[in-house]
Design a binder for this molecule. Sequence first.
Ligand code: ATP
Ligand code: MG
Length: 255
Amino acid sequence: MNNMASILPLTLKDVSFQVTDKRLIKDINITLEANKSTIILGPNGAGKSLFLRLCHGLLQPTEGKVQWNTTNDHDPKFFQSMVFQRPVMLRRSAGANIEYALKLHDIPKEQREPIARDALKRMGLGRFYGHPARVLSFGEQQRLAIARAWALNPQVLFLDEPSASLDPAATHSIESAIEAIRDSGTKIIMTTHDLGQAKRLADEVLFLHRGRLLEYAPAKEFFDHPKNDLAQAFLKGELLWWKKKELSPGHMGST
Ligand SMILES: Nc1ncnc2c1ncn2[C@@H]1O[C@H](COP(=O)(O)OP(=O)(O)OP(=O)(O)O)[C@@H](O)[C@H]1O
Ligand SMILES: [Mg+2]
């Protein structure tokens, strides 16, 4: 699928997302190019997961447009996959979970098993081909979700905190997989709360706060000299203080 015409760049024009009277995503304008890994940073509740869902087409913006570079009638969704923070597995084997995703992508039946076995092997899960997916540990299921996404060979891979609550070894194996997927030509768009991971993987950073895009910069520039004051506070781990500025200094002091 990587060989088809690119669906990138991805352009968001004046994108807002509102639920009842609350605007959760506010006026986002951005163009994301191929061949750059984009990491989305921001505190809890900033709108990072919503942003991924809007880009991937799981949510429709209430204002504005999400546009892919599609000139023909190819459905851009077909060239993307997404790994959710809490992986959802079908009640069948690890291999069959991948094969089902391949079926939905019209991969011929005889190719599915070899692709699934290969993807499992690449994630260090080769021995689990016939195991029920739901008995795998959380970390193993997270790797299985990445294997499933990888097997589809997408042009764009969305990952929502792919290594949250994993141990260092599992985190390392997930980062290596993301690097390998990136090196095969897939654009990575992901969120993480792990700043070390963001530094290792990002080519560029998008900083969200309360639904607004406050900074979009090359990774080195963002980490060395963030321009936005909230981004600076976030990197120093001080954003919580910022949010509590209405409290008196005495209130923040010793207990
Ligand atoms: N369907 C919804 N209805 C109402 N509010 C929602 C809905 N979905 C998300 N929100 C709110 O929108 C805000 C952004 O949510 P989102 O899940 O995108 O945050 P996030 O940046 O991914 O946070 P975290 O780091 O905790 O994962 C939150 O305040 C959340 O409560
Ligand atoms: Mg989230």
